[in-house]
Design a protein around this ligand. Structure first.
Ligand code: PXG
Length: 294
């Protein structure tokens, strides 16, 4: 069988041979940025938005990506083409590059650019049908004046610790709070609540990633006369919401039916959640929301 090809700095390398140096600061320190993107039926969904976010993340950590946004878009499209893909999960990674064993990023002269196109399953399939059972993790979101998750950096240990906690308790996923105890997001998902028929989501100043799926869900809500707004959310409000769901490129939209042992609503995916899922499917299938691969 033909091996998938991975883009590394302009070259296409077979997956089993696609390697970068152990001296790369992305590997040594999580020093770099990334994006997770999806292609649906031959169109890369919200590609421009993902690229803008990638370059914004890089800007914040003072990492100069050596190719332009247009070249990056071309490279992603080309990677999908050489792999003959129409539907895919795309991971774009830009690392600080090879340096020495010290922390100083000035030692890293050339960022590495990697593009992987793959399939991904973020949560088990059953979680989508019956709804996810999640726990609130003891680990708090990194603060906005620390390694804020507004920046999509390679430093994901904060999220992984929460994921480990979910695994320990056999839960499908974790919810992460801010250091003040407000609801923030999932390890790789934003979160929404329905209270009194209104859709609520935490503001990104809680340290949550400004998610592209989150943005799309807010747009879908507005277009369908569902009130939606950003609001600081307490755990009490979360437990008593009539519906809760996660959003993310990898996860897409996941109903949440149980949080730390408390049933949410009637314990089944709610009507607003189901409506948003259906509208989201239509939205991603619309060519005007993506960039064509072929
Ligand atoms: N919050 C965080 C911290 C994320 O990493 C989202 C929210 C959702 O954002 P988008 O733009 O995708 O709607 C993410 C998404 C995974 C996985 O396996 C997810 C993400 C990154 C890596 C892995 O679920 N990011």
């Amino acid at each position: 069988m033909k091996e998938p090809l991975v883009y590394i700095n302009g070259n296409f390398i077979e997956k089993s041979k696609a390697c970068i140096s152990v001296f790369d600061h992305g590997f040594l320190y999580g020093d770099g940025v990334f994006e997770g993107i999806r292609a649906y039926n031959g169109y890369v969904f919200k590609l421009k938005e993902h690229i803008d976010r990638l370059y914004a993340s890089a800007h914040s950590i003072m990492l100069k990506i050596p190719i332009s946004k247009e070249e990056m878009i071309k490279a992603i499209i080309e990677t999908l083409r050489v792999n003959s893909l129409k539907d895919a999960y795309i991971r774009v990674i830009v690392t600080r590059g090879e340096g020495d064993l010290g922390l100083d990023p000035r030692k890293c002269k050339k960022p590495n650019i990697i593009i992987i196109t793959e399939k991904i399953e973020v949560l088990p399939k059953e979680a989508y049908e019956r709804g996810a059972r999640v726990i609130i993790s003891w680990i708090r979101r990194d603060r906005i004046d620390a390694t804020s998750h507004e920046i999509k950096s390679l430093n994901y240990l904060n999220s992984i610790l929460a994921k480990i906690e979910a695994n320990v308790f056999n839960a499908d996923e974790a919810i992460i709070l801010t250091t003040d105890g407000y609801v923030c997001e999932g390890p790789g998902e934003n979160i929404f609540l329905v209270i009194n028929d209104e859709l609520l989501t935490p503001p990104t100043y809680t340290g949550a990633l400004p998610g592209i799926t989150r943005q799309v869900v807010m747009e879908i809500a507005k277009n369908n006369n569902i009130n939606v707004r950003e609001k600081l959310i307490t755990v009490h409000e979360l437990f008593n919401a009539s519906e809760v769901f996660f959003t993310g490129t990898g996860a897409e939209i996941v109903p949440i039916v149980e949080i730390s042992g408390r049933k949410i609503g009637d314990g089944k995916p709610g009507k607003t959640t189901k409506f948003i899922i259906e509208e989201f499917k239509k939205y991603v299938a619309d060519p005007k929301n993506g960039i064509p691969i072929y």
